[in-house]
Design a protein around this ligand. Structure first.
Ligand code: ZN
Length: 479
């Protein structure tokens, strides 16, 4: 049987090759596999179960803020796609086209949706006539295809799963409120469910969504200090409404164009989960989204019938309120099982041996810290639930501290350059607002302007040119 140390050696240490470590965790923790076409991955059951928990947490929040779910078609006629000039210019390079139906060449090419603003705009144009038809608050859970050159499981895929919210409103103020509300929903969701702190802010003109008036994002810091845009919320003003004819007769009797928004979060956040919390032993899952929260392992290669029975009883008892798995496979040693469940990121392991049974206790082991503690069997469910809550809170606290420690407020370029180019963290500094300065940062350090944080401290001078700054900006290398 495999020894403990042999098992762990299968994962490349993160400080040796972070990117290889990431790929190892994805495959060894059985989250995904590579499909036959480059950039298309299979999300395996262990990965999909995480996505289902993410979906449930987001969907609950969307419904609580007044949204309903619907589904729009996969294929977009080319003539529709070209109506919004900026949008088409931004997305055309990565569109996959359908040109044939069976043997027949189609009279018009059909785009596989890279996103659905166009399709939704066309339909809302048909549905909206009067101010009484507004607002429309619809979300859809779907897949999109973008022909990416460089792909990485979960982080950048040719096909990925996500949700896209699309709303239409009678006024710009209301649409802007919606845009910011959903940005806050993402921010709160990431912190509460995934234990991932993030910075909310506005994207620069060069980084905003193609066709948007304003794009906001939530940016999270990964274990290698790179930034990951974890969700976006776009305010379109009436750009899409004008292109797709979403207009309405207002209460004052005049015809007006509606104001629209869209917002999305994707399977990318599974990549964020891996990189924010994972360690040299593999995945570390926050209890709220962990498909298995507790694994019960009877101790002893040939655990006595008494221990086996007690472990079964325990697992059954706990599973009334928690997601529990009993690993009683006789063909593996406890050590092998410990490693496997550690690699898969299960938050708590409960070990039960003959001596524990005699003492009326189990040994609980935390995945995040490795800390062991005996817990009395009496009232175990409540204690394990409390331990899971503590782990959830500690993970967020650790990640929050890390984000703060690696965000550097520096005022001059000489100090910022090594931080950005050597990926020591993010830089928060003044920016004059010129694209020339933004491009200079990118050219010299490889970092991009992540966003202009919603909470702005008083900026002094531009990090690059030294002129009076207009904003405080967050800079960092990104995925
Ligand atoms: Zn400048």
């Amino acid at each position: 049987m495999a020894e403990r140390s042999d098992f762990v050696r299968e994962i490349t240490p993160p400080d040796q090759d972070y990117s290889q470590w990431y790929q190892d965790v994805v495959t060894k923790a059985d989250l995904a596999d590579y499909g036959p076409v480059k950039g298309f991955i299979v999300i395996k059951p262990a990965g999909y179960a995480i996505w289902e928990n993410i979906q449930a947490g987001l969907d609950r929040r969307f419904k609580a803020t007044g949204h309903v779910n619907a589904y729009f078609p996969l294929l977009i006629p080319e003539s529709l796609l070209v109506k919004e000039a900026d949008h088409v210019a931004g997305f055309t390079p990565e569109v996959a086209w359908v040109t044939h139906g069976g043997q027949e060449t189609l009279s018009e090419r059909l785009a596989i949706r890279p996103t659905s603003e166009v399709m939704v705009g066309e339909m809302y144009g048909k549905w909206v006539h009067s101010y009484r038809d507004l607002p429309i608050l619809i979300n859809q859970w779907n897949n999109v295809v973008r022909w990416e050159k460089v792909t990485r499981p979960f982080l950048r895929g040719t096909e990925f799963l996500w949700q896209e919210g699309h709303t239409a409103h009678a006024s710009g103020e209301e649409a802007m409120e919606e845009t910011l509300r959903m940005l806050s929903v993402y921010h709160e969701f990431l912190a509460t469910e995934l234990a991932i702190p993030s910075r909310m802010g506005r994207k620069s003109e060069s980084e905003k969504f193609a066709g948007a008036e304003i794009t906001y994002s939530v940016e999270a810091m990964m274990g290698d200090n790179r930034a990951l845009q974890a969700g976006t919320s776009h305010y379109f003003a009436n750009r899409f409404a004008q292109a797709y004819g979403i207009s309405f007769l207002d209460q004052d009797g005049t015809e007006k164009a509606a104001f629209t928004t869209s917002w999305g979060m994707s399977t990318r956040v599974i990549g964020a989960l891996i990189m924010v919390h994972g360690d040299a032993r593999g995945l570390v899952l926050p209890p709220r989204v962990a498909p298995t929260q507790v694994v019960v392992v009877p101790i002893g290669a040939n655990a006595s019938a008494e221990v086996a029975e007690a472990a079964r009883r325990l697992a059954k008892e706990l599973s009334s309120g928690l997601r529990v798995h009993l690993d009683d496979r006789p063909e593996f040693t406890p050590g092998w099982k410990f490693n496997e469940w550690e690699m898969r990121g299960v938050p708590v392991r409960l070990e039960l041996g003959p001596r524990d049974l005699a003492a009326g206790q189990v040994v609980a082991v935390r995945r995040d810290t490795g800390e062991k503690q005996p817990l009395p069997m009496a009232g175990l469910a409540g204690q394990v639930a409390a331990l899971l809550e503590r782990i959830q809170g500690d993970l967020l606290e650790r990640a929050t501290r890390r984000l703060a420690e690696h965000t550097h407020a520096v005022g001059d370029w000489a100090a910022a350059l090594p931080i950005l180019s050597e990926r020591q963290g993010w830089v928060e500094a003044g920016w004059c607002g010129s694209e020339a300065c933004e491009m200079q940062v990118k050219a010299q350090s490889g970092a991009t302007l992540r966003n202009l944080p919603l909470e702005q401290s008083a900026p002094a001078t531009c990090l690059v040119c030294g002129a009076k700054a207009q904003y405080m900006a967050l800079w960092g290398r990104a995925y």
